[in-house]
Design a protein around this ligand. Structure first.
Ligand SMILES: *[C@@H]1O[C@H](CO)[C@@H](O)[C@H](O)[C@H]1NC(C)=O
Ligand SMILES: *[C@@H]1O[C@H](CO)[C@@H](O)[C@H](O)[C@H]1NC(C)=O
Ligand SMILES: *[C@@H]1O[C@H](CO)[C@@H](O)[C@H](O)[C@H]1NC(C)=O
Ligand SMILES: *[C@@H]1O[C@H](CO)[C@@H](O)[C@H](O)[C@H]1NC(C)=O
Ligand SMILES: CC(=O)N[C@H]1CO[C@H](CO)[C@@H](O)[C@@H]1O
Length: 627
């Protein structure tokens, strides 16, 4: 505060010392600054060897009438403020005198300064000799304006406009003296030019305070959409100048579309039939123009913000899509196009669709499915792992094992969702081939099973007969299961006597049968049935008798029997002649051997079946292999 007063004071003194036109040396400040509604102090100094005789303060009237009016009077007798003036009750003057330096002061204080107080005040000092001197001070009142407020033009501004367009309005209120408004773009002040126009309006309100509005007009360019704008207000305050910035803002710039881009979302995706495809069209202008999307010269409707959604596309949706935009302002028409390929995998065609083969026949199966992409084909059999990785499957020299369900699977490696499969039933026809087997458990009913392959699927017939009487025994508890290629049948037998179980498989092409002997004690022997050579390769067939081996064995045993007979005859002869001492034991052994024939059969059976077969043959149970 003091500094602020002293500086102008010194200047004032220098000025005044120059103007030594009066007898009394009076000095005042040229100007005193004060905020509206504050208290103003206007000092007046004089140099006298004694206190002033009289001090009078005047004010100058505004307008053309430059006359001055006394507002305050002081002398050695009396002191008063002029009644009826603007200042009655608002001013006072404090006096002091410094005898040592011979300097006196009279400070005029004005309370609650109004704008109308901005005028000239004169201090007149008289000395004892009635000489006088004067000093004048101008009171300057200040009011800080409100912060600047931006009002934006809301719609966008087109770069194609010939004349500068209104960008924004900047407003400050209640300032005094008149504040200035400056516009800024990216921190650089804007000066009026061919492209920039600034219209300012200044309103002095009844209060005397000033409202300033500034309108910015500009020819915008495309880059201006990124520019930061604001306005700044500069105003004076006591002893200084200040400034305040408005909020920063950006403008919406409209520019024509010179290029459109058509693309799929998401991009770089393989599309298959049934997919949803999203097509986007974007222009490089602002606002986005009206687009039209055409496909095969037909317009596709249902557009929303340049996006079209094609639901469940098919291969017929493949082709070129074109997006066009037309700007009516500039007359510019632009377009872009994309190719869309909708991929597909058709249903599989397998040839033949089914087949019944003869044994040893060959067959070529082909599997084809039309696709727009490279495919991978694989054949499986009966749900097992792959057989071949080709679209052609060749079956050579069909056997019953060849029969089954063949499945062809076609995949598209680049688009794994595309895959198809189809199955084909291959049958191999022929007369039944059977295999009979049984459990061997003494405590339980014996389960006799019969497995038959063949096509048409054979019918299984079981017969049970008593081995000694030959009478049929009813078959109870038969269970059968058949698949596309074979039949499995099982009976449970409670053998109260020795039985023969016969399984007979029959179809249009032929018949096969096999028998089993079941002992009363539930022991089992296989029959003489020689399994047909066709059955080679069956997993569950019983061990096949070797024909060559049994021939040799038969010869050897017949020779042995002959030798025993001869030996017996010789012994008998010697016995009759009395040459041989006869023990009872020898005779007994011979008969015993005959009696235990069955036991020998069982022992041999557990060893080698071929010998069992032979011995049973000797017992007369053998059946003809060809039947
Ligand atoms: C306002 O502008 C005028 C003219 O350029 C200048 O004289 C004055 O000092 C400025 N006022 C402020 C507060 O800056
Ligand atoms: C076909 O199979 C049969 C029995 O499985 C075999 O004897 C014959 O040699 C095979 N023929 C060819 C050409 O492989
Ligand atoms: C015979 O078959 C029946 C029915 O399948 C089964 O319950 C039984 O355990 C089998 N008997 C033997 C000795 O395996
Ligand atoms: C198999 O048996 C069924 C009835 O059980 C009969 O209709 C069919 O003709 C038989 N098939 C043959 C090949 O004998
Ligand atoms: C003490 C003093 O200076 N008195 C003076 C007051 O003023 C009158 C005239 O107005 C003088 O006569 C006195 O001498």
């Amino acid at each position: 505060m003091t500094l602020r007063y002293i500086a102008p004071l010194v200047v004032g003194l220098i000025v005044l010392t120059c103007k030594t036109w009066a007898a009394v040396d009076v000095s005042t400040e040229d100007r005193v600054d004060v905020y509206l509604k504050d208290q103003a102090k206007i000092p007046c100094m004089y140099n006298l060897k004694e206190p002033a005789m009289m001090i009078v303060w005047f004010m100058k009237l505004p307008g053309k009438d430059q006359s001055r009016i006394r507002i305050y009077y002081y002398d050695n007798h009396t002191e008063f403020v002029e009644e009826g003036s603007d200042y009655a009750g608002r001013i006072q003057v404090s006096h002091s005198y410094d005898a040592q330096n011979a300097v006196g002061t009279a400070v005029l204080t004005i309370d609650t300064v109004e704008l109308s107080d901005q005028r000239e005040f004169t201090c007149m000092v008289h000395n004892v000799l009635k000489d006088n001197g004067e000093g004048r001070t101008r009171l300057q009142v200040f009011s800080s304006p409100s912060l600047p407020v931006i009002e934006l033009e809301h719609t966008g501004i087109s770069v194609t406009k010939e004349e500068p367009s209104k960008v924004a309005n900047c407003k400050v209120d209640n300032g005094y003296p008149r504040p200035n408004i400056t516009w800024y773009k990216d921190r650089f002040p804007l000066q009026p030019s061919e492209e920039i126009e600034i219209k300012e309006s200044v309103t002095v309100k009844t209060s005397g305070l000033v409202k300033v509005e500034s309108q910015l007009f500009m020819k915008v360019r495309r880059e201006d959409e990124d520019a930061i704008f604001y306005c700044e207000v500069q105003y004076f305050v006591p002893g200084a100048s200040k400034m305040a910035e408005s909020n920063k803002f950006q403008i919406t710039v409209f520019y024509p579309t010179t290029k459109v881009t058509l693309y799929m979302n998401p991009p770089d995706r393989l599309i298959k039939e049934g997919d949803i495809v999203e097509i986007h069209c974007k222009g490089n202008g602002k606002p986005q123009p009206i687009f039209t999307l055409t496909f095969k010269d037909k317009e596709i409707l249902d557009e929303a913000n340049g996006i079209w959604i094609l639901e469940s596309v098919t291969r017929s949706d493949s082709g070129t899509y074109e997006c066009r935009s037309f700007d009516p302002d500039t007359g510019i028409e632009v377009e872009d196009s994309i190719n869309i390929t909708v991929h597909y995998l058709d249903h599989i065609v397998v040839t033949p669709e089914e087949a019944v083969l003869d044994q040893m026949q060959d067959l070529t199966l082909t599997c084809n499915a039309l696709s727009s992409l490279p495919t991978y084909t694989v054949w499986h059999k009966d749900g097992w792992s792959e057989v071949v990785e080709r679209h052609v499957l060749e079956l050579y020299n069909a056997s019953y094992d060849t029969a089954g369900m063949y499945t062809c699977e076609v995949k598209v490696p680049s688009l794994p969702e595309l895959q198809e499969q189809k199955s084909v039933q291959i049958r191999v026809q022929g007369k039944p081939v059977i295999a009979v087997s049984s459990t061997n458990n003494a405590d339980r009913p014996v389960n006799v099973t019969c497995y038959a392959q063949g096509y048409p699927i054979p019918n299984i017939t079981w017969t049970l007969s008593d081995r000694w009487t030959g009478k049929p025994v009813p078959v109870l508890d038969m269970q059968s299961q058949s698949t596309d290629t074979d039949v499995f049948s099982m009976i449970s037998v409670k053998a109260t006597s020795a039985l023969t179980a016969n399984c007979r498989a029959h179809n249009d092409i032929g018949t096969d049968d096999d028998s089993l002997s079941i002992d009363a004690i539930a022991r089992v022997t296989t029959t003489t049935q020689v399994i047909s050579p066709k059955a080679i390769g069956f997993t569950i067939i019983p061990k096949q008798p070797e024909k060559g081996g049994s021939g040799v064995a038969i010869a050897v045993i017949i020779i042995c029997l002959l030798l025993i007979a001869i030996l017996g005859s010789v012994l008998y002869f010697l016995y009759k002649k009395g040459r041989l001492p006869c023990g009872r034991s020898g005779k007994q052994d011979f008969t015993k051997e005959k009696a235990s024939k069955d036991d020998i059969v069982m022992e041999m059976k557990s060893g080698k079946s071929e010998e069992a077969v032979l011995l049973q043959g000797v017992n007369g149970d053998k059946k003809s292999p060809t039947e």
